[in-house]
Write a protein that binds this ligand. Structure first.
Ligand code: NAP
Length: 371
């Protein structure tokens, strides 16, 4: 009989992209599925091939969850912390595939990104590993973009600045930005076409955002017309947790013998979807720009090297162009004046696809095909 797979968090940002992708790739044909919720018990499950669901099931029903062969959770860290632990205590022997960070650094889990670490995943399945976790979005996108350099053991260190979209913080982040656009438009539209000086309009724009948050939301910071150079909680060394993940998760995924140093500043920007990253890369030997480009583009079929000229870069290296695709364009590749082994590169990737849902979808298929 086909394996029974339970989906939790399928309604959220990552979950809905995963569901869409599973349907487009006709993956539901390979297993039976059932759908859970933490909040919508009266809701209707999605219509997919081989679904045994007649209604949404309670995502906290341990007796039901324990009957599943595979659980795919895109619900978030709090849910995983609570439910995974209970299932394990109750002797559950199934496979857990997760989008959240809670289990990533556990000794008995593998962070999955199969174009980079398929061998570790296959070995893990053979050795009885049951927990497979998607990586942090910027980590996965960086490894997809620069995988050819890591594979050839060329990287000494990377300093990175990220430009992360609001959907990276979930559906609420998207809704907040859209509400801010609506709010500002309502304030500005009476003056359009321009009945005031452009500086007066700028004051209305800035003032309406500041007032909205000072009065209504108090502690929150507007993201429209703004940026926030802080993502996730603080670590003791001055990093944010998002920045800490860069090195920790990269080294775990690569199973590196020598710790590869990765650090930088993670920044939230008012873009709906896709994360962009600007890299300063120190290699351990002097290679040509052509070799650099050839190494990264031959690593996986999704990397596309973008010519270093205005037209190519502006047309192809931006979030709007990349949203909803698996493309990983890498451009602005140049040697830095700092020294012969120093390169810059800029990459954009859909953090809901390669940064979240796609490694999980592929992991589910790897499991289904190997059990
Ligand atoms: P999310 O959009 O906030 O969804 C999480 C859950 O919130 C949903 O499954 C849903 O659960 C509930 N929810 C409440 N209001 C909702 C609404 N208006 N629309 C849809 N769902 C709503 O979170 P997410 O961004 O998908 O993240 C899930 C996990 O993946 C997190 O651990 C996150 O850190 C991780 N992750 C996210 C990204 C990203 O780019 N967003 C990337 C990598 C990893 P019920 O149906 O049970 O109510």
């Amino acid at each position: 009989m086909k394996k029974l797979v339970g989906f939790i968090g399928w309604r959220g940002m990552v979950g809905s992209v995963l569901l869409d992708s599973l349907q487009k790739n006709n993956d539901f044909i390979g297993f039976r599925s059932v759908f859970f919720t933490t909040s919508q018990l009266c809701g209707t499950p999605p219509h997919v091939t081989n679904s045994i669901a007649t209604r949404l099931e309670d995502a906290y029903n341990i007796e039901y969850l324990i009957t599943l062969d595979i659980i795919v959770s895109c619900q978030g860290e709090r849910y995983t912390t609570q439910v995974y632990t209970k299932l394990k205590k109750n002797g559950w022997k199934g496979y857990w595939i997760d989008a959240s960070s809670y289990l990533r650094m556990h000794d008995d889990s593998i962070i999955v990104l199969d174009p980079v670490n398929l061998k570790s995943i296959q070995l893990g399945i053979e050795q009885g590993v049951k927990t497979f976790v998607g990586g942090n979005c910027t980590v996965s996108l960086m490894l997809m973009a620069l995988g050819g350099l890591f594979k050839n053991h060329l990287v000494d260190w990377i300093s990175v600045s990220t430009y992360q979209s609001v959907s990276g913080s979930g559906s609420q982040g998207m809704l907040n930005l859209i509400k801010q656009i609506e709010h500002v438009y309502q304030n500005i539209s009476p003056h359009l076409p321009l009945s005031k000086s452009i500086l007066d309009v700028e004051k209305i724009f800035t003032g309406s955002l500041n007032n909205m948050y000072n009065s209504v939301h108090n502690s929150k910071i507007p993201i429209l017309g703004n940026l926030i150079p802080w993502i996730d909680v603080s670590m003791k060394n001055g990093q944010t947790k998002e920045e800490w993940k860069g090195s920790a998760e990269t080294n775990k995924i690569l199973n590196s013998k020598k710790n590869i140093l990765i650090d930088g500043t993670c920044v939230r920007i008012p873009v709906l979807r896709c994360h962009s990253q600007s890299f300063t890369i120190k290699l351990n030997r002097d290679i040509s720009i052509r070799e650099f480009e050839s190494l990264i583009s031959s690593h996986n079929p999704w990397v596309k090297v973008i010519d270093n000229n205005f037209n190519s870069v502006t047309a192809q290296l931006n979030p709007l162009r990349v949203s909803g695709t698996l493309d990983i364009p890498v451009g602005r590749i140049k040697k830095l004046n700092i020294g012969k082994k120093y390169f810059s590169a800029f990459s954009v990737g859909d953090q809901l696809l390669w940064g979240a849902a796609e490694p999980l979808r592929r992991m589910l298929n790897i499991l289904i095909n190997s059990l």
